[in-house]
Design a protein around this ligand. Structure first.
Ligand code: HAM
Length: 424
């Protein structure tokens, strides 16, 4: 039998895991700086959680969920995103009663969507996301966006584009919705059956239909921007002011609607503008969801957040070819020539490792030249050679592989010397 990984999933192999770990560390560190605390929720939830929050007319709920009945005949779903679970947990654990508001949370873990597999789109992918719940201050919208941007910037990405829009409050959305129904209704027979259903239930979803996306009626549809009431426009203006204050460049795209139903007011996406990134350029997406806590049984508590997949972040790093593209490095590789030198090599390897200097040596008794090649492949910063001569002098020959410089170092000065030159 020839069993492979399921379509849309992947093994993350040892040559890649170091990049994943570094990116995960960078994310955790950034969350510490911004004071977002980690929350871990189950991988599966009651299906109803997603139909009620993400929305039952969305592609995610209609076409992409991994839903199953468990042995107790409950309908459960592998989480397709993280916001619904975090808000459920916020309500369930009465976090709205915490002394410090807003409650600022982050999560990182696998999500599942039955989507068509292509570069950057998987059926299991890892999302990092944050949620700030309990504040309707436009300054926190800017904070959330700034955290996302800073993760990308710290990962060395330069070719980024931030696109924002306002989806308005309920009043603005109701007015826009009515205009959309009037716009599409006379021609709805030309649309796919999903859109025909969406017309009365949720006409905004027609705007991001993958089947009808080339229908000219989409481009001529009434824009939400024309229906924003005063309060919504004022809120959006403040978000833009704060972004400007933080020196975060942005573009306003009135057609940005997002594929989930819980959004209102601020919506945003961050794209990669790197050449060769591929067809899917969205790295992260998010927005405000002021009614969601109430929808899931809590008080009227406003929220905002975003999510990004680690897979797309790594693809963007790959496309920009920066210093994060090859992170696997080794401090020292020790070559012992001959039986006695090998013993010393084993001893020194151990000593260096105990002093936090990552060290490797040969365990196959290979020729010196082959060991040198290994050191190169492993990206070693230094090679330490011990031959008869060095044994006699109680020294090693230390070679800096980037400069080619060599010097003889006494064993008892080795750690100090290595640490100093690694700092320089
Ligand atoms: P979303 O736009 O559905 O929003 O997904 C956010 C990000 O997850 C995308 O921009 C992309 O990086 C990644 N992503 C989504 N689907 C896939 C896939 N099939 N393969 C690889 N990466 C993928 C949400 O999920 C919202 N919960 C975000 C949010 C948080 N809004 C408020 N708070």
């Amino acid at each position: 039998m020839d069993i492979k990984v399921p379509r849309g999933t992947q093994d993350i192999l040892p040559s890649e895991t170091e990049k994943w770990q570094r990116v995960e560390e960078l994310i955790r560190e950034t969350c510490r700086m911004y004071q977002y605390k980690e929350i871990r929720t189950p991988i599966f939830e009651h299906t109803e959680l997603f139909t009620r929050s993400v929305g039952d007319t969305t592609d995610i709920v209609q076409k992409e969920m991994y839903t199953f009945q468990d042995r107790g005949d409950r309908s459960l779903t592998l989480r397709p995103e993280g916001t619904a679970s975090v808000v459920r947990s916020f309500v369930e654990h009465k976090m709205f009663g915490y002394a410090d508001q807003p409650v600022k949370l982050f999560y990182m873990g696998p999500m599942f969507r039955y989507e068509r597999q292509q570069a950057g789109r998987y059926r299991q992918f890892v999302q990092f996301g944050i949620e700030a719940i309990g504040s309707a201050d436009p300054a926190i919208d800017a904070e959330v966006i700034s955290l996302a941007m800073s993760v990308y910037q710290k990962a060395g990405l330069k070719k980024l584009k931030l696109v924002i829009n306002s989806l308005g409050d309920t009043e603005s959305r109701v007015a826009h919705r009515e205009a959309l129904v009037n716009h599409f209704e006379p021609h709805i027979d030309a649309f796919c059956s999903d859109c025909q259903n969406r017309l009365k239930k949720n006409p905004l979803r027609i705007l991001d239909c993958k089947v009808d996306r080339n229908n000219p009626l989409l481009a001529s549809a009434p824009s939400l921007a024309d229906f924003l009431n005063e309060e919504s426009s004022a809120y959006f203006e403040k978000v833009k002011e704060y972004l400007t204050l933080l020196n975060i460049p942005f573009e306003v795209d009135p057609n940005l609607v997002r594929g989930l139903d819980y959004y209102n007011h601020t919506a945003f996406e961050i794209m990669s503008a790197a050449e060769g990134f591929g067809a899917i350029t969205t790295l992260a997406g998010g927005g405000r969801y002021n009614g969601l806590v109430q929808e899931l049984g809590g008080p009227d508590s406003p929220g905002i957040g975003f999510a990004m997949s680690i897979e797309r972040l790594l693809l963007a790093i790959e496309a920009e070819k920066n210093e994060w593209s090859d992170l696997s490095t080794l401090d020292a590789y020790i070559i012992g020539m001959g039986e006695a030198a090998k013993k010393k090599a084993v001893e020194l390897t151990n000593e260096l490792r105990l002093n936090n200097i990552s060290t490797e040596m040969d365990y196959l008794d290979r020729k010196v030249k082959t060991q040198m090649k290994s050191a190169d492949r492993l990206n070693a910063k230094y090679v330490l050679v011990i031959g008869d001569d060095e044994l006699e002098k109680e020294c090693v020959m230390l070679k800096n592989l980037s400069t080619g410089e060599q010097q003889l170092i006494p064993w008892n000065k080795l750690i100090e010397q290595l640490k100093n030159s690694m700092k320089a």
